[in-house]
Ligand binder design. Structure first.
Ligand code: F6P
Length: 544
């Protein structure tokens, strides 16, 4: 097994180092199209209405075969199925990673228990609560209907729901959603004027219910509620979404206002759990249910499609080719849909918190690079900010381009322009512009030969910059559920391929630990033990 895996890695890396039989480099894309008029058909894949085009990457047939060989050697199907069986794939925390069970499909078990039955119970409570709020049966202390829902949470208890709300909320939605994450009280000060405590439902979302930022904001908002509706009525405006039932009780939240989930749900995979309650309330239960249905459809695809047609697996293999084969350390996420503006932020946490690991499952240093740095902005805005570097910078940056076929507005001309820009970016990144093309273009424009020579190096584009294009028929709750689950399964697949634990996050602990004594020092306690720089900065902060 280990030998087979090493051989599979060696086969991929050898292809990355050796020129192709036609003499082209392993990173070049254009020759692949020149040699194969069928390339788009053979390197694009459809599943339940989604289309993923990987033809504009440097994946040749030989590379794809080698990558699929790597997936088999790593026993990706077996380890994927172990995750679905509820085995403790999160080895450091001895936990399952069963976010798939949250989408409401029956039959999932964790640690011998029927996880699906428990999920169904919580989903039922969420539905009843959300419908009571949206139908006006459950009201605020003064008898007014809730018009706003404020979710207090950070990281996975914020980014996923905030991203979905940004994508799917319309003025016709039942309630207005708001998300408070940062401990910086400017965030609360910015939201506060938009809220009336009499009409605001507050959800404290925290897996652990110990996160400093969330607990601090929860206390601020609780005080604001008490001032607005009276201390005795605060409970009627609050609910908690958490695994830590002791702490929610300690915060004074009544049991029937606590929506639990289990520790086998990772924070960044938790938007489908009670952490998504703000969505069920703000968008309506039907939308949340469709979101789950979309994720369920992607789960079924991930669990059953053959590797060579399996969208999350293919995305993961393309990432291995880029990160390990070609040494591309970053990736841009470019949704050509303004409503997906927060998708890059969600994927940043999902991918970087999951895949930013330096040791294998067995605790040995990994022999290869792992998670890419992920960043992004909606197109076309990105084109007018960082795309210059992606076109002409020294380090290629693969990009995911997300296009939506049918918009929800009545401005077809704008939409055609949006789509044209997205397609043009991926074409330009692949094609580039040669010296000969620049010369011909400038000559045709009547530019002086000396001026052409002066500008030539600046106007040449190297090209061969890979993109993966994901085409959605429409942006709605179902397709968004599919997209988010697609990336979740891509992450799980990469964890398997890289032999790392995609489900823990020890790296975030140190900063949290060091915050305690520094906070004490800022409050006037000793700063002893801090490094010279921190001491200097503390002194500057305390001055005057
Ligand atoms: O600090 C990182 C982290 O633990 C994330 O993994 C998590 O999504 C976030 O903090 C919030 O945690 P909690 O939901 O427990 O408040």
């Amino acid at each position: 097994m280990a030998q087979e895996l090493a051989a599979a890695w060696a086969a991929v890396m050898a292809l990355a180092r050796t020129p192709r039989p036609d003499g082209s480099t392993p990173a070049s894309i254009r020759p692949l199209f020149a040699a194969d008029p069928e390339r788009f058909r053979r390197f694009s894949h459809a599943a339940d209405g989604l289309l993923l085009d990987l033809s504009k990457t440097a994946m040749s047939d030989a590379v794809r075969t080698a990558l699929l060989g790597l997936a088999r050697a790593a026993d990706l199907p077996g380890r994927r199925d172990a995750m679905a069986r509820g085995e403790a794939v999160n080895v450091t925390e001895r936990r399952a990673a069963l976010h798939m069970a949250l989408r409401g499909e029956g039959g999932f078990r964790a640690g011998g228990e029927d996880a699906s039955a428990e999920v169904a119970g919580v989903l039922g409570r969420m539905r009843d609560f959300a419908q009571a709020v949206t139908e006006g049966r459950l009201r605020g202390a003064t008898g007014e209907r809730f018009t706003d829902v404020l979710n207090i949470g950070i990281g996975g208890s914020d980014l996923g729901p905030a991203m979905v709300a940004r994508a799917l909320w319309t003025p016709a939605s039942p309630l207005r959603p708001h998300y408070l994450g940062n401990v910086d009280a400017h965030a609360w000060e910015e939201i506060r004027p938009r809220l009336d405590p009499r009409r605001t439902l507050v959800l404290v979302a925290s897996k652990t219910f110990t996160t400093q930022e969330t607990m601090t904001n929860a206390a601020l908002v609780r005080a604001w509620l008490a001032e607005g509706v009276g201390e005795a009525a605060v409970g009627g405006h609050l609910a908690a979404l958490s695994t830590n039932l002791k702490a929610t009780a300690g915060f004074g939240i009544a049991e029937d206002r606590v929506f639990p989930f289990r520790d086998w749900v990772g924070g960044r995979f938790s938007l489908w759990s009670s952490i998504g309650l703000s969505l069920a309330v703000a968008l309506g239960w039907e939308a949340f249910d469709r979101l789950l249905a979309g994720a369920r459809a992607m789960d079924a695809h991930f669990l059953s499609a053959p590797l060579e047609a399996n969208l999350p697996v293919l995305l993961a293999l393309a990432e291995v080719w880029h990160v390990n084969g070609l040494g591309y350390a970053t990736r841009a996420v470019l949704p050509y849909d303004e409503r997906l503006a927060r998708l890059p932020a969600h994927l940043q946490q999902l991918e970087m918190e999951s895949l930013g690991k330096r040791v294998t499952l067995a605790g040995k240093p990994v022999g290869h690079d792992t998670g890419a740095v992920v960043f992004g902005e909606p197109g076309t805005n990105a084109q007018h900010s960082f795309m210059q570097l992606i076109h002409q910078g020294t380090r290629p940056v693969p990009a995911d381009i997300i296009l939506v076929k049918r918009p929800d507005h009545a401005h077809p001309d704008s939409h055609r322009k949006l789509l044209a820009n997205g397609l043009a970016q991926s074409a330009a990144l692949m094609r580039g512009k040669t010296e000969a093309e620049v010369r011909a273009e400038m000559t045709a424009a009547g530019t002086e030969p000396a001026e052409i020579e002066r500008l030539l190096p600046h106007r040449v584009f190297p090209g061969d910059r890979p993109t993966a294009t994901l085409l959605l028929p429409h942006l709605d709750a179902f397709t968004l559920g599919q997209v988010v689950a697609l990336y979740e399964h891509k992450v799980a697949s990469l964890g398997i391929l890289w032999d790392i634990n995609a489900f823990d996050q020890w790296g975030v602990e140190l900063g949290k630990q060091l915050t305690g004594p520094i906070l004490k020092a800022l409050e006037g306690d000793t700063a002893e033990g801090q490094d010279g720089s921190t001491l200097g900065l503390l002194a500057a902060l305390r001055e005057g």
